[in-house]
Design a protein around this ligand. Structure first.
Ligand SMILES: *Cc1c(COP(=O)(O)O)cnc(C)c1O
Length: 356
């Protein structure tokens, strides 16, 4: 039994990306995002590679932290969304985890959960993204409450909503709000994500929180001094080949129609394997190392590709859906989404293989 479709996860590339990220971060502390099953790359295998090089790992919520803790009882872990209920708060307190708090309610929960000095509480400032976070005066109030409960292990954090564009009005507003809040307090700070780190933002951030760059999928023009390598390689193979005549159509709904005799390769991968159904005609697919256009609708288990220009293609020819030769972000652009989404919603059906 060997359907030839896999996600190959290159842990050596991951380790190299972590080292490059460390260089990039200079002497800032690193809190590496491994939420979303390490952006689809596998929480435990990736955490084992990343943890020795960084100061902390970050997950979104407690169930993710719990999965990490079962495998590693020493690495610092930040819970980015903080506790949802008292049970979460007790888990955070009991395991000495660090937690972001975005509301007074979360401070209530943590204070009723016998928080110890081990846990850093990161107060989240709403610097203008208006998704989560406290206003500046609420930060002051919650800091007072924590202090009067003998908890002084605190920090200030915020998140940028448009970090890819350093010149955007949103980024400028957020940085101004951030510095206004940071400058009047002497607390550890944490702001920069991958895009902000790659752009070398001149912003106060004792800690940086890279995620997507660790996995080699940051969607920024590559600079030669940061050759981050894709960690995930989505591979399959050609399972059938045929010629069709001019005006014949391909796939569901006959979305693609041949304007000349065309050789069609059918590849053993579909949307149930994590390839996006919204990929349009012309989405690049690498076959035997050559870029060929997707034609017709993506099916559940298969896609169809125009290989007229590639006479050497045979059943069994290697296919790369994304990876070293084709950026996941390029495929995402053709499918109306972003690399983050494609990486984080891999179905269990298509096996992942980890290699070092
Ligand atoms: C996911 C996340 C990050 C990492 O963002 P990247 O764009 O992947 O670098 C940083 N901070 C917070 C709060 C996050 O939720």
């Amino acid at each position: 039994m060997a359907r030839p479709s896999y996600f190959d996860i290159d842990l050596r590339a991951l380790e190299q990306n972590v080292r490059l990220t460390k260089d990039r971060a200079a002497n800032k502390k690193i809190c590496a995002a491994v939420k979303g099953d390490a952006y689809g790359h596998g929480l435990i295998p990736c955490a084992e590679i990343i943890a020795p090089h960084v100061d902390s790992l970050a997950v979104a919520f407690c169930e993710e932290a719990s999965a990490l803790r079962q495998n590693d009882d020493s690495t610092r872990i930040v819970v980015l969304e903080g506790p949802f209920d008292l049970e979460d708060a007790k888990f955070i307190a009991g395991n000495g985890l660090d937690s972001v708090v975005h509301s007074a309610h979360q401070v209530d929960l943590l204070l009723s959960a016998q928080l110890t000095a081990k846990s850093t509480i990161w107060l989240k400032l709403d610097s203008g993204m208006h998704r989560l976070g406290l206003e500046d005066d609420e930060i002051t109030a919650q800091l007072k409450r924590l202090e009067s409960n003998n908890h002084s292990n605190t920090g200030l954090m915020s998140h940028l909503g448009d970090a890819e564009s350093i010149d955007s009005a949103m980024t400028k507003t957020q940085l101004a709000q951030w510095h206004a809040a940071v400058d009047k307090r002497s607390l550890p700070t944490s702001l920069l994500n991958s895009a902000a780190l790659l752009h070398a933002y001149d912003a106060k951030s004792d800690w940086v929180r890279p995620g997507i760059m660790l996995y080699g999928a940051a969607d920024l023009p590559t600079r030669d001094e940061t050759p981050l390598r894709p960690v995930m390689h989505f591979r399959s193979a050609v399972m059938a080949l045929r010629w069709i005549n001019e005006s014949e159509v391909v796939g569901y709904g006959g979305r693609w129609q041949a304007s000349k005799p065309t050789r069609v390769a059918t590849v053993a991968v579909g949307y149930a394997d994590g390839y996006p159904r919204t990929a349009c005609n012309g989405t690049p697919v690498m076959i035997d190392g050559v870029e060929c256009p997707l034609i017709g609708r993506v099916s559940m288990d298969m896609i169809t590709v125009d290989v007229t220009e590639l006479p050497s293609v045979a059943v069994g020819s290697e296919v790369e859906l994304w990876g070293n030769n084709l950026a996941v972000n390029t495929v995402a652009q053709h499918a109306g989404t972003i690399g983050y989404e494609l990486l984080t919603r891999l179905p269990a059906r298509c096996p992942r293989r980890w290699s070092r």
